[in-house]
Write a new protein. Structure first.
Length: 341
C-alpha cells in the first residue's frame, strides 16, 4: 500500500515542507542536558488560531493534543519520531502544522465551512495525512520545491484513476486511500467501485461509503443492495445498519424479502442496530419469513429494540403458526414487561 498510495498522493497533491523554511530552534531532536527546562506542553486554540509552547515533547504527543482541542483528524502511515522545542504565538493551524512537520511529507486538507443541514460533522473536519516510513524518498517528493496545496481534488482524481487499473491490488489500495480521506468528494469514485468485477472490492467500497456516511453515501449504496452476489447484498445490509436514516431503512425493508436467507438475516441484524419504532415496524414482515429460524431472530431483534411498537408486534407473534416463534415471543414480552417500571 505504502508505495502505490504514497506515490499517487505525493505526485498529485502533497503539502511538503522544504528544508530551511523553519528556524533551527523550531525543531530540536538533539539530546537535552541535565540543566535544560523540564518537558512541558501548553496549547490554546480558538477559531483555528493556535498558541503553542513545547519543550522536548514528542511530535505525536503534540499532534494528539492538537487533535483533541480542534476538529483536526490525524492519519499517519507509520510511527512519528522526534521531539519538539518551540514557541508559537497566535498562528493559524496550517502554519503551526507546517512548522511541526518540518522535514516530513504530509497533506493537509482543511474542509470548507459546512453549507446547510445535510453536511455531517465529520465532513467539517480538517485532515492531516502524514506519509512516513521513507516518504522523503518517495517518487514525486521534491524537497526543494516548496509546493503546497490544501485541495485534495487531484489526490482523489489520481486514486479514482487507480480504480480503473487491471491490477486488483492497486484497486484495493485506491479504496483504502479514498476511505482515509473521509471527505464527501470520495463518494463518487467509491460509487464507481461498486461496479467492480471483484466482489471483494465491491464490499470494501461499501464499507468505505459507510465510513464516510451522509445521505449521498447511503444513496450510492442502493446499487450494492441490488448486487447480483448475495454476499455483497448481505454486507450492504450490515453496513446500512451502521448508518440508519430513512433511505437505509427503505433499502433494508426490501432486503427482508431477498431470496437469499443470509441477506434477510443481515437485514434483521441491521434493524437491531438502528433500533427505534421504524425498525420495529419493519420487522413485522420478518415474522412471516419462510425460514422459522429467521422468524425467531426477528422476535429476538424486537426484544432488543423494545418500545411500544416492538411490544405490539410481539403480541401479534403470539399467534404465529410455529411454536418456537410463539415461545420466543412470550419470553421476549416477559423480559420487556419485567424491565418496564
Amino acid at each position: 500500500m505504502k508505495g502505490a498510495l504514497r506515490k499517487a498522493a505525493l505526485v498529485a497533491c502533497s503539502l511538503l515542507v522544504g528544508s530551511g523554511v523553519v528556524a533551527q530552534d523550531a525543531f530540536d531532536a538533539r539530546p537535552k542536558s541535565a540543566n535544560v527546562a523540564p518537558r512541558y506542553l501548553k496549547l490554546e486554540i480558538s477559531n483555528n488560531i493556535v498558541t503553542l509552547q513545547a519543550n522536548h515533547v514528542g511530535v505525536q504527543d503534540v499532534l494528539d493534543a492538537l487533535a483533541r482541542q480542534s476538529d483536526l483528524l490525524v492519519i499517519s502511515h507509520g510511527p512519528l519520531h522526534g521531539r519538539l522545542s518551540l514557541e508559537l504565538e497566535r498562528l493559524p493551524l496550517s502554519e503551526v502544522l507546517r512548522r511541526i512537520m518540518q522535514g516530513r511529507s504530509y497533506l493537509l486538507h482543511q474542509a470548507r465551512p459546512a453549507m446547510g443541514p445535510m453536511v455531517a460533522n465529520h465532513q467539517r473536519q480538517s485532515t492531516l495525512w502524514i506519509f512516513t516510513d521513507g516518504s522523503g524518498d518517495a517518487p514525486g517528493h521534491d524537497q526543494g520545491s516548496g509546493r503546497s496545496s490544501t485541495d485534495i481534488a487531484a489526490v482523489i482524481a489520481e486514486l479514482q484513476s487507480q480504480l480503473m487499473s487491471d491490477d486488483r491490488r492497486l484497486r484495493q489500495e485506491a479504496i483504502k486511500g479514498l476511505r482515509r480521506l473521509k471527505v464527501k468528494e470520495v463518494v463518487a469514485p467509491l460509487s464507481y467501485a461498486l461496479s467492480d468485477e471483484d466482489k471483494t472490492i465491491r464490499v470494501k467500497a461499501i464499507y468505505a461509503l459507510a465510513d464516510i456516511g451522509g445521505d449521498n453515501a447511503v444513496a450510492a449504496m442502493a446499487a450494492a443492495a441490488a448486487d447480483e452476489n448475495p454476499w455483497v447484498r448481505a454486507e450492504t445490509a450490515y453496513a446500512l445498519g451502521t448508518l440508519g436514516g430513512g433511505t437505509a431503512i427503505a433499502l433494508l425493508e426490501h432486503a427482508l424479502h431477498d431470496n437469499d436467507s443470509e441477506v434477510r438475516e443481515a437485514a434483521i441484524e441491521a434493524f437491531t442496530d438502528i433500533g427505534g419504532g421504524q425498525s420495529a415496524a419493519a420487522l413485522a414482515a420478518a415474522l412471516q419469513d419462510a425460514d422459522v429460524s429467521l422468524r425467531v431472530e426477528a422476535v429476538e431483534a424486537l426484544a432488543d429494540i423494545g418500545g411500544d411498537a416492538a411490544m405490539r408486534i410481539l403480541n401479534q407473534a403470539l399467534q404465529n403458526q410455529d411454536n418456537s416463534v410463539r415461545q420466543a415471543a412470550r419470553e421476549a414480552l416477559a423480559g420487556l414487561l419485567s424491565d418496564d417500571p
